[in-house]
Design a protein around this ligand. Sequence first.
Ligand code: GLC
Length: 527
Amino acid sequence: MTAWKNVTAIYQVYPRSFMDSDGDGVGDLAGITSKLDYLAGLGVGAVWLSPVYASPQADCGYDISDYRQIDPMFGTMRDMELLIERAHELGLKVMMDFVPNHTSDQHEWFQAARSSRDNPYRDYYVWRDPRDGAEPTNWVSLAGGKAWEYDEASGQYYLHSFMAAQPDLNWDNPRVRDEMHNILRFWLDKGVDGFRVDAEWPISKIYKDDPLNPNYAGDSDEYGSYLHIHCKNGPNMLRYMREMSDVVASYQDRFMVFEYYTEPELGDEIAQYKAIFDLNPRVAGPFVFDMFRMEWHAHDRAARMAKLYACLPQDGRPIHALGNHDQSRVATRLGDSRARALALAQLTLPGIPTIYYGEELGMKDYQMPAGDRHDNFLEGGGMGGRDPERTPMRWNNGANAGFTTGKPWLPIGDDVAALNAHAQLDDSDSFLTLYRDLLHLRAQHDVFRNGVYADVDVQNAYVWAYEVTDGSQRMIVAVNFADQSQVVNMPGKGHMLLSSDPTSVVDRYDGWAMLAPYEAAVFRRID
Ligand code: GLC
């Protein structure tokens, strides 16, 4: 099988929404397996599944009650084994989501822990006495409300950085770390090729109040009203992350991607990325969410990317993502042309890009009526309202877009006739064709996966341009951030390999090139 360093891209499957094989309206493992050929045809090299473990589904599976079981909603352990087997036959790697920070409150550890103060599992979680009859610190939860829940029976509070149904594990307890490492080993032994590590920023904290955010104008006790310098990113976070990645490193060619959001309030964001790149570069790296939190500004982009690539250790791999199940979809945020341009940039940058299901079709958020919503996170929590980006995958123009024969757990949304995989497959102007072409190019040329990034000054403030090179090949990418055509000075001569604009007629350049509004193009230098 392809080594991780040659994986073209990771594809994120949100299992509830990908393909339903049994008509209950919720996607499942057998459904995913039936669509692995589609993913192999698309040209990705790995599939990451958002959590499929046993779970009461208070946070759509990010609240796990048993890390070694598959939730019946998604199928059986046998279905998981068949999925891994079929994926490997097709040359696709499989990544599980790993949720270290918290379990479900239904997990047997938590049930035991809350049963009495001196239960041996008590210390698996974070318990504190009340402070002046109230919460032990002023921390707020990313899911909304306070981060502490009072437990009447034992007279103490427990901590939950997310929902009260997701109590934080106590990572400072070495027994917890051992348990979690053993769960990683359990799945690695089953043949899983890697993990996406969920929300690891709160696994270490300093138990003091967070200061108020002086720049926040909203309601108090909303997530943004504090500077979160104590409730997360604590002094042991990197060490615990490093230990997780060491488990992965003890197996042959496995990989771990950390869900990591840099925090402007913690200072230099590139230094924050660097600390994670440096942990264990051969086997682990952070998502780079820069491109979905970015300002739409060519110069800013160029400067940040130059700094990011300059900070990489040997073997360091940025995992660029344009979206995920927690963020508004890129085509909604930026519109089709800009989403296409960013896809070209994402898939020509060295590292391992990650595609969120449906991004390859240009899927958009769907604002469903309140009665159809499922996300239990509240808006004020900083992360709420995530259903619009989780609507079912569109396979064809049939009933429920071919996703289910039952009633889909979330509505399908509009525009299915044009926006479905079947319709886009043979349409040379479609998003899907662009993604397939880009992934094909990435598979063909190692330089896009493992090359060296360098800035290119094209003397136009509206254009971000870069070169990726491996010494023998030099590829130049130019991204026009303006809604007007731009002339750019290009280095030497080149042949165009691909453009994000299906109407582009350019096929080469000699010293300069003209880019259409929001066009991104990749050229091979030939001089
Ligand atoms: C991560 C997940 C998100 C989940 C949260 C708590 O940010 O991506 O969906 O709600 O962690 O596990």
